[in-house]
Design a protein around this ligand. Structure first.
Ligand SMILES: NC(=O)c1ccc[n+]([C@@H]2O[C@H](COP(=O)([O-])OP(=O)(O)OC[C@H]3O[C@@H](n4cnc5c(N)ncnc54)[C@H](OP(=O)(O)O)[C@@H]3O)[C@@H](O)[C@H]2O)c1
Length: 286
C-alpha cells in the first residue's frame, strides 16, 4: 500500500502512517490494541511519557515478535514529575524495553525547562548518546522553531502538530517554515472534522469525494493529510478502521478535490463552534 516512507533530515526513514497510543489507556487494552495495529500492518508506534503506557507499548512490541529494526518507535518528553530530558529518556527506553527509540520529541513547548534552547541541547545529547536515532518537536509554532533553530546544532527531524482542514489555514505558516527547513510535519487528530466537529462545511465535500472513490470520509481526510506531505498519526480500537486507514494510502486526490477540501476547511468549524457556544452562553446569561 502506498504509504511510502518519508526521508528525515537525520537520514532515517519514517513510515508515513503511525498508530498512536494516547487513547488506548493502560493495562491490557493498549497491549491488545497495539498488537492489533501491528498485526494489520502498522510498523510505526507513537507514544509519549505522559500517555502513561510506555510499559504496555514495550510489552506489545515484544509480543509482536517483530525484530526491533522492523518497527519505528516514537516517544515524547512531556516533563512528567518535572523530570529532565536525560532522566526521562532513560526511563522511556527502559519502559519500552528497547535500547533506542527511532524518534524522540519534545511534546510541547509548554513543557520545556528551563527554555527551548537548553532543552533542545539536551535532546541533541540524547541523539549523540544513541538513545534516539532522530529527534524532533511537537506543537511548536513558527516562533518556537525560530528560537530553537537559532542555537541548534541538529535541526529537528519532525514537528508533530494538529492538522486537519479546519485548522489548515492557521497551521499553514508552520508547514511552510518546516518545508523551508527540511522538517517533516507529522499530523495528529486529522479526523477531528468527523469525530468532533461534524455538521460543518466539510461534510458535503468529504461525502461527495468519498462517494467518488468508493471510500469513507475518514479515508478522504487521511488522503488529504497525506497529500499535504504530512505523516499521519492516528489510532483506532477497531480492526476494520485500521484496515481502512491503511487502504486510504491508495486514494490519490486530484488537485481539484484538495482545493475543494481546503476551501470548505477555510470556512471554519472549530472557531464557529466556540463562537456559537459563547453566543449561547451570553444569551443564556441574559
Ligand atoms: N503531539 C501531541 O500533542 C498529540 C496530540 C494528540 C494526538 N497525538 C497522537 O496522535 C494519535 C492520534 O490522535 P487522535 O486519536 O486524535 O487521531 P484521529 O486519527 O483524529 O482519531 C482517531 C480516533 O478517531 C476515532 N474514529 C475514527 N473514525 C471514526 C468515526 N467515523 N466516528 C467516530 N470516531 C471515529 C477512533 O475511534 P475508534 O477506536 O472507535 O475507532 C480513534 O479513537 C494519538 O494517539 C497520539 O499518538 C499527539
Amino acid at each position: 500500500m502506498p504509504w511510502e516512507p518519508i526521508k528525515l533530515n537525520s537520514g532515517y526513514d519514517i513510515p508515513s502512517i503511525g498508530f498512536g497510543t494516547w487513547k488506548t489507556g493502560k493495562g491490557q487494552g493498549p497491549v491488545d490494541q497495539i498488537k492489533q495495529a501491528m498485526n494489520n500492518g502498522f510498523n510505526h508506534i507513537d507514544t509519549a511519557q505522559n500517555y502513561g503506557n510506555e510499559i504496555e507499548t514495550g510489552i506489545a512490541l515484544k509480543e509482536s515478535g517483530l525484530p526491533r529494526s522492523d518497527v519505528f518507535v516514537t516517544t515524547k518528553y512531556s516533563r512528567v514529575n518535572n523530570l529532565d530530558v536525560p532522566t526521562s529518556i532513560k526511563n522511556s527506553v527502559n519502559n519500552l524495553g528497547v535500547s533506542y527509540v527511532d524518534l524522540y520529541l519534545i511534546h510541547s513547548p509548554r513543557w520545556v525547562a528551563p527554555d527551548i534552547p537548553t532543552c533542545w541541547a539536551q535532546m541533541e545529547k540524547v541523539q549523540e548518546d544513541g538513545l534516539a536515532k532522530s529527534i524532533g518537536i511537537s506543537n511548536f509554532s513558527v516562533q518556537d522553531m525560530e528560537l530553537l533553530m537559532a542555537s541548534a546544532k541538529v535541526k529537528p527531524a519532525v514537528n508533530q502538530i494538529l492538522l486537519h482542514p479546519y485548522v489548515y489555514q492557521r497551521q499553514k505558516p508552520i508547514l511552510e517554515y518546516a518545508a523551508k527547513n527540511g522538517i517533516v510535519i507529522e499530523a495528529y487528530s486529522a479526523l477531528i472534522p468527523i469525530t468532533k466537529l461534524p455538521g460543518g462545511p466539510l461534510d458535503k465535500p468529504l461525502n461527495e469525494i468519498a462517494a467518488k472513490f468508493g471510500a469513507t470520509p475518514e479515508q478522504v481526510l487521511m488522503a488529504w493529510t497525506k497529500a499535504k506531505g504530512a505523516v499521519v498519526v492516528t489510532g483506532s480500537s477497531k480492526e476494520m478502521r485500521l484496515r481502512s486507514y491503511l487502504a486510504a494510502g491508495d486514494i490519490a486526490l486530484s488537485p481539484e478535490d484538495i482545493a475543494v477540501i481546503d476551501a470548505a476547511g477555510a470556512l471554519g468549524r472549530g472557531e464557529m463552534n466556540v463562537k456559537t457556544i459563547l453566543r449561547r452562553v451570553v444569551v443564556w446569561l441574559l
